[in-house]
Design a protein around this ligand. Sequence first.
Ligand code: ATP
Length: 254
Amino acid sequence: MNAGAIAAHSRTDVAVEVVAETGSTNADLLSRASTLEGPTLLVAEHQTAGRGRAGRSWLSAPGDSLTFSLAWHFDLPLQQLAGLPLAVGVALAGALAACGVQVQLKWPNDVLKDGGKLAGVLIETQASAGGIWAVIGIGINLRMPDELEERIGRSVAGAPWLAQMDRDALMAAILASLAAALSEFRQAGFGAFSARWNRLHAWQGRPVVILDNGAVLHDGIAAGVDDSGRLLLDCAEGRITVLAGDVSLRMRES
Ligand code: ATP
């Protein structure tokens, strides 16, 4: 992939870097956060130690996925970034739809295609003078080889349509959509995204459970998200709101 082509196609002022291989693009940008001069995109053609939430791993096969991180500075308190992973999901869905691939969103941070996980988002932050650096890590499956699917052991998806697109143009389209969404998020917060998120909600009206370390914390019907990105859950005791934290959402097995 070519950093110059990505930057030119994206029409943003984000600095773009491409490396052939690294452990984790999130780890790389986080370690450099104090010296970054502006928004920075780091693309790895192969990521060997991709991270998920709570120490989980993001696996990818070389050449079959798009793995990158975008570092973005916010002059906002940390609690106002709670809805950021969801806003990023909306931006990704918009960019992919423009490329001809329809996706849905699973709370809090997954992008699904035909029910399988197509992309994951992991945001890590670092305090800085005057605000916070958010490092937004994204992995998108383009092709999903059987061997990788077996290793992941969960319902996954690929997008062969995206796999045959020019990689730099695809990356640039996603970068442009993310940059626009992050500016909007800075101005208006997650409230500006909640209606769009709810229209893309994969599990609206479905029976679900919230798991904390494998134990069921709540059980109810998924009813979308509120203006701060909390999940609305209709339980026997009434409607509750769930903060993302480290909990997991699963479909209830009947
Ligand atoms: P949960 O569903 O519990 O909320 P999560 O969304 O927090 O999980 P992440 O931490 O975002 O999960 O992503 C890591 C998980 O994604 C891994 O534990 C694995 O199950 C799954 N995974 C890893 N690599 C891939 C991939 N290439 N495609 C799809 N899913 C993957």
